[in-house]
Ligand binder design. Sequence first.
Ligand code: GLP
Length: 258
Amino acid sequence: MRTVFQPRLILCRDALAAAEQTAVHVAAALRGHQVLGLATGATMLPLYEALHEQLKDARLAGRGVVGIALDEYVGLAAGHRASFAAYLDRAFMMPLRLDNGQVVIPDGIAADRAGAAARHEAAIAAVGGIDLQLLGIGANGHIGFNEPGSALDSVTRDVTLAPDTRLAQAQAFGSLANVPYQAITAGIATILAARELLMLVTGEAKAVALTAALEGAIGPHCPASALRLHPNAVVICDVAAASLLQDRSLIEEISETC
Ligand code: GLP
């Protein structure tokens, strides 16, 4: 029998407040020399901006690995604007003046994808594991690129993106035809191995997925439901994302800090 936990839920009035609240948590982790698991996506952009503000005086360069990315598309040319490597460079590494090598990203252009996935797991092990894993959520309940159907004991591997996930990324790539079909992603077990999980969820478009993750059955049909298998998980969301939650015990007041 697996143990099920209730993640701590912090409710904020809007997306910006939620991002700022998340940044407080992440900045404290980085100041405490913790290794951060990095997520991408539009939801995370205001978080990274707020993080930059909060860490202006912190010296992170020269410290060794600071962050390990969750995932990367397969087959994009190095430096492709829509790659997660380019995203993290713009949003995280450049503002915080990090050196190359301080952020580890799955190698999406490796000929041997299984080898690239194994190297990613090895990189996580080499830093002693991830302390704080940031997570977003896909509208279909994915975490990283663990699409519905992903095994709860999955580790880093190459995966095929769901059609709706490709559609959601079409704008970033200019057209649907340009969106890669595959990615390398940390698995659900890889994510659950982090010491703490911190999921940021904002906007009405994520309300169904968040409700399924927190109140539905736990299983591969909703990868984000795996959050409830972790003893130390926090969800920071805005009112719009929380709007369909039925369990009022989950949603108390808007947190004072939000
Ligand atoms: C991508 C990433 C996820 C992210 C999700 C949601 O597919 N692989 O890590 O959580 O999309 O992105 P957004 O915040 O843009 O909705």
